[in-house]
Design a protein around this ligand. Structure first.
Ligand code: PHE
Length: 341
């Protein structure tokens, strides 16, 4: 019996030695430590042994069993270690390699201009307001002193909706009425930026959709000199102290007197070119002293209050800042163009 145990131990250990995989290892375990293994049959046969033989065989059988179990554990550890080394080799990670650059988003050039405009007007004590893009005929025209059928409506080719009296705002000026009604009779310094829509022929300088920044100042004793001073100061802060601007008389139904402000053409330096239609000047904004009727409609007494307003096109400013030759680039979403800013 003892010889048989030595034989079991020797063959089992010899068979275990070359095993490298999970499956043969399982088979080895069943064959040598399983219920039908030779080793276990020795335990079963203990009862048939003589009293003298039994303790020595029992002790040796237990020793062999512990020895095989220990060998098995060692084998499992060895195999796990090898598998780990193998995967470390195969999936090598070089943490010193340079990373893939993340593509950063950026702000649209016109958004950058708008933010610069807000920044400057904020410094000058203006508050920034938002006003709706879908307006009523009353706010877009009527309350701004443009009654139905007034010929001045031709100045704004309008996108109407299928709901009568509801349209896409043609300018940010209806926001003037909203801000006045919110604040009357307190003084106002406000900017109202946003998108406007006009049913117009598209060209290098005009699109059917464009942003405007409306400005409104209401107080006692506001004069045309305040209007000119504020806007000249604004454009010096935006374009630099050397910028050349001019005011021209114009007509708007909601301001009296009304004017327009131009800047010297950046392309030709004032000589006249295709960009400025040969005039040497580029139009920046419309402006004027708020009409008494508009003051009344906003809730202010025109005997006590006066004010000025302006509406500027930030796209014009954007193409001037970056010397962009066609305004349509701004809204065609060509990444080759947008990624330059
Ligand atoms: N709303 C005018 C336009 O779109 C511009 C303007 C605003 C003129 C405020 C005067 C005062 O053309």
């Amino acid at each position: 019996m003892l010889d048989k145990l030595e034989e079991v131990a020797r063959t089992a250990l010899a068979e275990l030695e070359p095993i490298q995989d999970e499956e043969p290892l399982q088979r080895w375990k069943v064959a040598h430590l399983g219920r039908n293994s030779t080793l276990m049959s020795v335990f079963d046969q203990m009862g048939s042994l003589s009293k003298e033989e039994r303790p020595a065989v029992g002790r040796r059988a237990n020793e062999v069993k512990r020895m095989l179990e220990a060998a098995l554990t060692a084998k499992v550890t060895e195999m796990q270690e090898k598998a780990l080394q193998k995967s470390l080799q195969a999936e090598q990670l070089d943490v010193t390699l340079p990373g893939r650059p993340a593509r950063l988003g950026r702000l649209h050039p016109n958004t950058q201009t708008m933010r610069e405009i807000y920044r400057i007007f904020s410094e000058m004590g203006f508050q920034i307001y938002r006003s709706r893009e879908v307006e009523t005929d009353e706010f877009n025209f009527g309350l701004l002193n443009i009654p139905p059928h007034h010929p001045a409506r031709d100045m704004w080719d309008t996108f109407h909706t299928t709901t009568p009296g509801v349209l896409l705002r043609t300018h940010t000026s209806p926001g003037q009425i909203h801000v006045m009604r919110q604040n009357a009779p307190n003084p106002i310094r406000a900017c109202l930026p946003g998108m406007c829509y006009r049913f117009e022929q598209i060209s290098a300088r005009k699109d059917t959709q464009f942003a405007q920044v409306e400005g409104l100042v209401i107080d006692r004793d506001v004069t045309l000199a305040d209007l000119k001073g504020t806007l000249n100061d604004f454009y010096r802060r935006l374009f630099g102290p050397g910028v050349k601007t001019r005011f021209r008389a114009n007509y708007f139904p909601f301001t009296e007197p009304s004017g327009e402000m131009d800047v010297e053409c950046f392309l030709c330096g004032g000589d006249g070119c295709g960009m400025c239609s040969g005039s040497g000047w580029l139009e920046l904004l419309g402006c004027g002293m708020v009409h008494p009727t508009v003051l009344l409609n906003g809730g202010y007494d025109p005997e006590k209050f006066s004010g000025f307003a302006f509406g500027m096109g930030p796209e014009r400013t954007t193409i001037l800042r970056y010397h962009i030759e066609d305004i349509r680039h701004l809204w065609t979403n060509d990444l080759r163009f947008l990624e330059q800013f």
